[in-house]
Design a protein around this ligand. Structure first.
Ligand code: C2E
Ligand code: CA
Ligand code: CA
Length: 726
C-alpha cells in the first residue's frame, strides 16, 4: 500500500476507486493463502492490516488481514500489482496525501479515511504510520497499521498494538523478528537459517543504578560493537529490556551460528567504560535453527528463548543450542511458577530453622530460617527445587518478603512467650536489593512486630555484592543503621579479593561455604584455604561461621582453628518451628557423632543394583504431568545403576521429584530393549546437572525380565573383572 506511494506517484492520479460493485475480483476461499503472519493470533482474523515497507530493499510486506479488509490478495499488494492508494475514497484523497507527505518528513501519523473494498463497499479505516530514520535523517522504513473502524466518531485504540520497534534503540522488536522470519520462510523455505537470542542480564540493573542516559550510552556501545562485526542493523532485534535477537539468514552448516555466537561473546564482553568505571557485561546466547527446531517464527523464537534459559552465566555453557528435551524442562519451570504463585497465596510456604551452635560449649547461638514449600501432594519440597525458578521472576521477592515478615512474627512471639530468643538469619536474594523499597520494608516490619533489630540477620551471597556495588552497599548501610547484621553467605565461591572485602566494612560475618568444609577432612589444600578464610575474617574484624559441618573431624578442625561457630547436620538438620522451640528452651545441643548413611543410594525395596562405572546411555521422556498425558521429546540420560526397583541417573534437566510427573525410561540390557515407567523419588544437585533416583512402576513379569537381564550383566561384569585376557 505504499510501495507505489514512493515509486509510482504519477500513476496514482489516473487510477480509479472501485465503488459500488464494480472493479475488484473477490477472493475465493482457495486462493486465500496465509501471508506474512505478523499476527497469527486473533487479529489475523479481523480486519486489521499490519504492513511494513523497506526503502533499502524495496520490499513491502503486509499481514493477511488485508484480504479480509479489502477482498484482494495480500500478494497482489506485495508484488505491486495492486495499489493501496487506488482504494482510497476520492473525497478523502487530498487529506490522505497530505498526511503521507508528513510521514516522508519523518513524522508519525494517525489518520482516518475511507476505502472501497473489492465488492465496492465503502469502509472507514484508521491508519497509524511510523517512519524509521537512519542517522542522516532519511526515512529507511515505514511501518503501518490499518484497522477498520465502524464509526469514525468512536475510534478504536490500536496504538498499543502498533509497535514494531524498541523505542530506545530503534531496533525491530519481537513482532518484527517474527515477521522477518515469516517473510524469509516464504521467500526461501529451503534455506537454513538461525535465530540467536542474546541476553545481557546486567543491563536492567545498570539502567536502574546509572540512569537512562547511561543505559542509552551503553546500548550504543554494545550495538556499535556488533556493527564492527559487520552484523547488519536490520538483522538485530530487541525483544525485551535485556534480550536481543540476531537473525542469521542462509547459514551453511550447524557450526556457523556457533562461530558467530563465539565472535559476539568475544566482542561484546570487552569492558565498557561508563562514569569513570569499567563495567563487564556478560552475555549468554540461545540458538534455534530452521528447519531443525521449528517451522514458524514464533516457535523458533520461543525455542531460542528456551535455549537461552539453559545457557549459563559463565564459561563454555554460555552458548546453548535448542534441543527437544529442553521443552520438558521448560514445561516444568512454567508449571512450577504457576503453582508457586498459588502456593504463596494459599500459605503453603513454611520456615524451618537450623541451629547455629558454638562448638566449644554446644550453646545455640542463632538459627538460619530456610524456606520450604509444603505441597499438598508432594509433601515438603526443598528450597533448591523452587528458589532457582522463583529467582527467574518476581516471585523470589514475594517469597523473600514473606520470609522476612514471618521471621519477625515468630521472633515477636518468642519474646511474648518469654522464650530465650536467639538471632535468626534470613536469606535475601540479590535482586531484592535493587528495588529501592527494601530498607523501608525492613524498617516497617520490625516496627510492626516491635522486635529487637539485633535478633534479625540477613544473609546475602558474594556475587550479589559484587554485581551492583553502589546500590547494594547503600541498601545494606541503611538496613545496618537499624541495627540488623549482615553475613556474606557461601563465602569462597564468589570472587571477592581481600581488597574488595576491605571496602565492605558493611559485612559483619563471613559464612564459609559448605563445599570447602566438606573437603577439609581429606584435602590438605582445602584445609589451608579454610584456615586462610578464618584468618581473613579475624583480620577484617568480622565474625566467621562454617556451614555444612557434618563430621566430627570437620568439627574438630574448625574448633582447633578458631572457628567454633558452626551450622550443619552434625548438630541438626533444619527443624520445624515447634521442634526448634524445644531446643531453644534447652539452650544447647550435642553433636551427633557417626557418619550419616546415604539411604538414597540403596534400592528402597531391597533389590540388588548393577552399577555402570562408565555410565550407561539411556533416555527419558515425560509421559504425563498430573495425570494429563504430554508428548515430550526424548532426553538423553547417563545411567549410574539399575536395580529391580528403579534406577539412578544423571541428567542436565531439572525435573521435579514426586509422583506428579510420570516418566518413561529407555535403555538396553544384553541387547534387550527396556522402556519402563517410573517416578523420580529423589534428586541431588551436582556441580553440573542433577543426579536422580527413580522408582519403576512395572508389573511383576516385566520386573522378572529386568532382573534376569540384570543378573546376566552382573555375571558378565564379574567375568570381565577376572578375565585373564582383558
Ligand atoms: P544456603 O543459604 O547455603 O543454606 C544452607 C543449605 O545447606 C540449606 O539447604 C541447609 O539445609 C543445607 N545444610 C545445612 N547443613 C548442612 C550439612 O551439614 N550438609 C549439607 N550437605 N547441607 C546442609 P536448603 O534449606 O535446601 O537451602 C538451599 C538454598 O536455598 C540455601 O542455601 C539458600 O540459598 C536457598 N534458600 C533457602 N531458603 C531461602 C529463603 O528463604 N530465601 C532465599 N532467597 N533463598 C533461600
Ligand atoms: Ca544461607
Ligand atoms: Ca550457604
Amino acid at each position: 500500500m505504499l510501495k507505489e506511494f514512493f515509486s509510482r506517484s504519477k500513476k496514482r492520479n489516473s487510477s480509479k476507486v472501485h465503488r459500488n460493485g464494480n472493479g475488484g475480483r473477490p477472493l475465493s476461499q482457495e486462493g486465500n493463502h496465509i501471508r506474512h503472519p505478523y499476527f497469527t493470533g486473533p487479529l489475523a482474523k479481523t480486519n486489521v492490516v499490519i504492513w511494513s515497507y523497506d526503502f533499502v530493499t524495496g520490499r513491502m510486506a503486509c499481514s493477511s488481514g488485508i484480504e479480509q479488509l479489502t477482498g484482494y490478495r495480500a500478494s497482489d499488494f506485495e508484488r505491486g500489482k495492486r495499489i493501496w492508494q487506488d482504494l482510497v475514497f476520492e473525497e478523502d484523497r487530498p487529506g490522505y496525501e497530505e498526511k503521507r507527505k508528513r510521514v516522508n518528513r519523518g513524522e508519525n501519523i494517525h489518520h482516518q479515511y475511507r476505502i472501497a473494498d473489492a465488492s465496492g463497499t465503502v469502509r472507514w479505516v484508521e491508519e497509524f504510520i511510523s517512519p524509521k530514520m537512519d542517522e542522516n535523517q532519511r526515512v529507511v522504513r515505514l511501518d503501518g497499521f490499518v484497522a477498520e473502524v465502524a464509526d469514525p466518531s468512536v475510534p478504536g485504540d490500536p496504538a498499543d498494538l502498533f509497535s514494531f520497534h524498541d523505542p530506545a534503540t530503534g531496533l525491530g522488536n519481537r513482532k518484527m523478528l517474527e515477521a522477518k522470519i515469516a517473510s524469509c520462510l516464504q521467500d526461501s523455505p529451503k534455506r537454513m537459517f538461525a535465530v540467536l537470542l542474546f541476553q545481557f542480564d546486567k543491563l536492567k540493573s545498570i539502567a536502574e543504578v546509572l540512569g537512562v542516559k547511561n543505559e542509552q550510552k551503553l546500548l550504543k556501545i554494545l550495538l556499535d560493537r556488533l556493527q564492527d562485526m559487520k552484523i547488519p542493523y536490520d538483522h538485530l532485534y530487541r525483544l525485551d529490556s535485556t534480550v536481543f535477537g540476531l537473525f542469521l539468514p542462509n547459514i551453511r552448516d550447524e557450526e556457523e551460528p556457533k562461530k558467530t555466537a563465539q565472535r559476539m561473546i568475544a566482542n561484546l564482553e570487552a569492558p565498557v567504560p561508563l562514569e569513570n568505571y569499567e563495567f563487564l557485561f556478560p552475555v549468554k546466547i540461545g540458538i534455534s535453527r530452521y528447519p531443525n527446531d521449528g517451522s514458524a517464527g514464533e516457535e523458533l523464537i520461543n525455542r531460542a528463548e528456551i535455549a537461552l534459559n539453559h545457557a549459563e552465566d559463565y564459561g563454555e555453557e554460555r552458548i546453548k543450542f535448542y534441543f527437544p528435551a529442553m521443552d520438558i524442562e521448560a514445561r516444568h519451570v512454567f508449571q512450577t511458577e504457576a503453582d508457586l504463585k498459588k502456593a504463596i497465596r494459599q500459605n503453603e510456604l513454611t520456615l524451618l530453622f537450623q541451629p547455629k551452635v558454638n562448638a566449644k560449649n554446644n550453646a545455640i547461638v542463632g538459627a538460619e530460617a530456610l524456606v520450604r514449600w509444603n505441597h499438598p501432594e508432594r509433601g515438603l519440597i526443598p528450597a533448591d527445587q523452587f528458589i532457582r525458578i522463583a529467582e527467574k521472576s518476581e516471585l523470589i521477592d514475594e517469597i523473600g518478603d514473606w520470609v522476612l515478615k514471618q521471621t519477625c512474627k515468630i521472633l515477636a512471639d518468642w519474646t511474648k512467650r518469654k522464650l530465650p530468643a536467639v538471632p535468626i538469619s534470613i536469606n535475601i536474594s540479590p535482586k531484592r536489593f535493587l528495588r529501592g523499597d527494601y530498607p523501608g520494608l525492613v524498617r516497617n516490619v520490625i516496627r510492626r512486630w516491635g522486635i529487637d533489630p539485633g535478633l534479625l540477620e540477613i544473609e546475602i551471597t558474594e556475587t550479589s555484592l559484587m554485581e551492583n556495588k553502589a546500590v547494594v552497599t547503600d541498601a545494606i548501610q541503611q538496613i545496618r543503621q537499624l541495627g540488623i547484621k549482615f553475613s556474606l553467605d557461601d563465602f569462597g565461591t564468589g570472587f571477592s579479593s581481600i581488597n574488595y572485602l576491605k571496602q565492605f566494612r558493611t559485612i559483619d560475618t563471613l559464612k564459609i561455604d559448605k563445599s570447602f568444609i566438606a573437603k577439609i577432612d581429606e584435602d590438605p589444600q582445602m584445609s589451608a584455604i579454610v584456615k586462610s578464610f578464618i584468618m581473613l575474617a579475624k583480620g577484617l574484624d568480622m565474625e566467621v561461621i562454617a556451614e555444612g559441618v557434618e563430621t566430627a573431624g570437620q568439627l574438630k578442625f574448625l574448633t582447633d582453628n578458631d572457628c567454633p561457630v558452626v551450622q550443619g547436620f552434625i548438630y541438626s538438620k533444619p527443624l520445624f518451628l515447634s521442634d526448634f522451640e524445644v531446643l531453644l528452651r534447652e539452650g544447647e545441643i550435642r553433636p551427633k557423632i557417626g557418619s550419616a548413611t546415604d539411604i538414597m543410594e540403596n534400592d528402597r525395596r531391597g533389590y540388588f543394583r548393577v552399577n555402570f562405572p562408565s555410565r550407561k546411555k539411556g533416555w527419558l521422556t515425560v509421559k504425563a504431568v498430573r495425570g494429563k498425558s504430554v508428548n515430550a521429546g526424548k532426553a538423553p540420560i547417563d545411567i549410574k545403576n539399575i536395580g529391580g526397583g528403579g534406577l539412578c541417573f544423571l541428567s542436565d534437566l531439572d525435573l521435579p521429584a514426586g509422583n506428579q510427573m510420570l516418566l518413561a525410561f529407555g535403555f538396553e540390557l544384553k541387547d534387550d530393549p527396556f522402556v519402563l515407567n517410573g517416578h523420580i523419588i529423589w534428586k541431588k544437585k551436582l556441580r553440573k546437572g542433577f543426579e536422580y533416583g527413580a522408582e519403576f512402576i512395572i508389573d511383576e513379569n516385566e520386573r522378572a525380565r529386568l532382573i534376569k537381564d540384570l543378573n546376566q550383566v552382573l555375571v558378565s561384569q564379574r567375568h570381565l573383572l577376572f578375565d585373564p585376557f582383558a
